[in-house]
Unconditional design. Structure first.
Length: 397
C-alpha cells in the first residue's frame, strides 16, 4: 500500500493474525467494454500516479536538469505524499485540512480543491479525469472511498468500500489507486480486501477478500496483480480476481513491490532483496537492506534505497553493480537513466554508472518521492525549507 514513511515503532504496534483468504467474489456486473474504457487508461504524463506506473518502476521519460536545479516556487498548501502530474503540467496531491488540490505546475497556484479525507497519491487518466482514494469520516467511523473527478474537480462518481482495520492517520488503511491496461481501478483496503472497480461508474467488478493488512496493488505487464498480505504472503491474482499463485514471504505489506521489464517481481524482505519470476519461483535472493520505493531502469537495473545508509544498483541477475553512501526513501530514474534521491536536506543526481552529477540543498524531506514534471522540473515534499511542496528546475540561462 502506498504509505507515508512508517517508523519502526509504528510497525511494531501492528499485530496481525494471518488468516486464509476467502476466494474472490465473482463480478456482480459486467465490465464496460474495453473500447468504451480507452479514455480511462493511465495518462501518458511525466508522473501520472504513485511510483509513476502500474509496475511501480519510478521511471519517467522526463529528463532532470543536467546541473543543480534552483528553486522555482514553493507552496504551503500541499501535504505529503508525492503529487500525480497531468499532461498539462498540473499537480494533483493531498492538501492540509482534508483536501485534494490541483496546483499549477508552473506557478504553484492552487487552481481548485475538493474534500478528500486522508487522501493518498491520485491517478491521472488519459481523458483528464482524476482518481482519488481516501479514508473519509462517516459518523464516528472511517470508510475507505474512491472518487473520480474531471479536470475541473467536479465529482463524477464516488463509492465507499468499507471500514479499514487500521487507522489512516497511522499511515495505513487504504492504498493509492493502481490503474490497469483498460482502466480498471485497483484499490486495497486493510481488513476488507482488494477491489477492482469499473472506471466508467465505479461499480465493483470483483473483490479479493482478505482479513489482513494489504499492500499497494502492483501489476505485471501481462495484467497479473501482485499483493502483499500481512507479514507472510505474496499473492498473484489473475485479471478476474482468481488466484494464480501464492508464495511465503517475510515482507511487510507496507513495503513497495516493483516489477521489472522482464516481469520479475522485486520484494523487500528484512535484509534481503528477493527477485520472484512471474510463475512464483525464486530467481535470486540478495543480502541487502532495502527500505523504500525501488527505481527500475529501462535495462532492468534495480536502484535500491536505504534511508540514512546507501543507494545500491543491482543488475537483473542479482549482482551489485555499485553503491553510493547516500540513503533515501525512494529512487527516481529519469528518461536518460539518471537516478535522483533525497538524503535529508540534499537532493542528489547520479549518472547510470554511479558517479555524481550534481547535488542541491532543498530542505529536509518527508520521505515522499521526488517526482519529475514537464520540462524536467523536480517537485519535492518537505518538512522544512521554503514550503511544504517545492518546485526545483534548471537555472535560467
Amino acid at each position: 500500500m502506498r504509505f507515508r514513511a512508517a517508523t519502526l515503532a509504528s510497525i511494531a504496534l501492528i499485530t496481525v493474525a494471518l488468516t486464509g483468504c476467502a476466494p474472490p467474489s465473482r463480478a456482480v456486473v459486467m465490465a464496460t467494454k474495453p473500447d468504451a474504457r480507452s479514455g480511462f487508461r493511465l495518462a501518458a504524463s511525466p508522473w501520472p500516479c504513485a511510483e509513476h506506473d502500474a509496475q511501480h518502476t519510478s521511471r519517467t521519460r522526463a529528463v532532470v536538469p543536467a546541473s543543480a536545479p534552483v528553486l522555482r516556487w514553493s507552496s504551503q498548501k500541499a501535504n505529503e505524499p508525492e503529487p500525480a502530474i497531468a499532461p498539462d503540467g498540473n499537480l494533483y496531491m493531498s492538501g492540509f485540512d482534508s483536501r485534494t488540490l490541483a496546483i499549477d505546475g508552473n506557478t504553484g497556484r492552487v487552481n481548485w480543491e475538493v474534500p478528500a479525507e486522508s487522501a493518498w497519491v491520485p491517478a491521472v487518466l488519459v481523458n483528464g479525469n482524476i482518481v482519488i482514494s481516501s479514508a473519509e469520516p462517516v459518523l464516528i467511523d472511517q470508510q475507505a472511498a474512491v472518487t473520480m473527478t474531471d479536470s475541473s474537480g467536479r465529482r463524477l462518481w464516488h463509492v465507499r468500500l468499507g471500514k479499514p482495520v487500521f487507522k489512516p492517520e497511522e499511515g495505513l488503511g487504504v492504498s493509492s489507486p493502481t490503474i490497469g491496461a483498460y482502466g480498471t481501478i485497483y484499490v486495497a483496503v486493510d481488513g476488507q480486501g482488494l477491489f477492482a472497480l469499473d472506471p466508467v461508474d465505479g461499480r465493483v467488478l470483483w473483490t479479493f477478500s482478505a482479513a489482513n493488512q494489504l499492500g499497494q496493488p502492483t501489476l505485471g505487464q501481462d495484467g497479473t496483480i501482485y499483493e502483499l498480505e500481512g507479514f507472510a504472503v505474496l499473492t498473484a491474482l489473475k485479471p478476474d480476481g482468481s488466484v494464480r499463485w501464492r508464495a511465503k514471504t517475510e515482507a511487510w505489506a507496507g513495503t513497495p513491490l516493483a516489477v521489472g521489464p522482464d516481469g520479475t517481481v522485486y520484494v523487500q524482505e528484512p535484509d534481503t532483496l528477493r527477485a520472484v519470476a512471474p510463475d512464483g519461483r525464486d530467481r535470486w535472493r540478495l543480502k541487502l537492506t532495502v527500505q523504500g520505493a525501488l527505481g527500475i531502469g529501462r535495462d532492468g537495473t534495480v536502484y535500491a534505497p536505504t534511508p540514512g545508509l546507501q543507494l545500491s544498483a543491482v543488475s537483473p541477475a542479482g549482482r551489485v553493480l555499485w553503491v553510493v553512501k547516500h540513503g533515501s526513501h525512494a529512487a527516481l530514474v529519469d528518461g536518460v537513466g539518471r537516478i535522483v534521491i533525497q538524503d535529508g536536506g540534499t537532493l542528489y543526481a547520479f549518472k547510470p554508472d554511479g558517479s555524481q552529477l550534481w547535488q542541491a540543498e532543498v530542505g529536509e524531506g518527508t520521505g515522499a518521492m521526488p517526482v519529475v514534471g514537464t520540462g524536467g522540473t523536480i517537485y519535492i515534499c518537505n518538512d522544512a525549507g521554503p514550503g511544504s511542496v517545492n518546485a526545483w528546475g534548471g537555472a535560467p540561462k
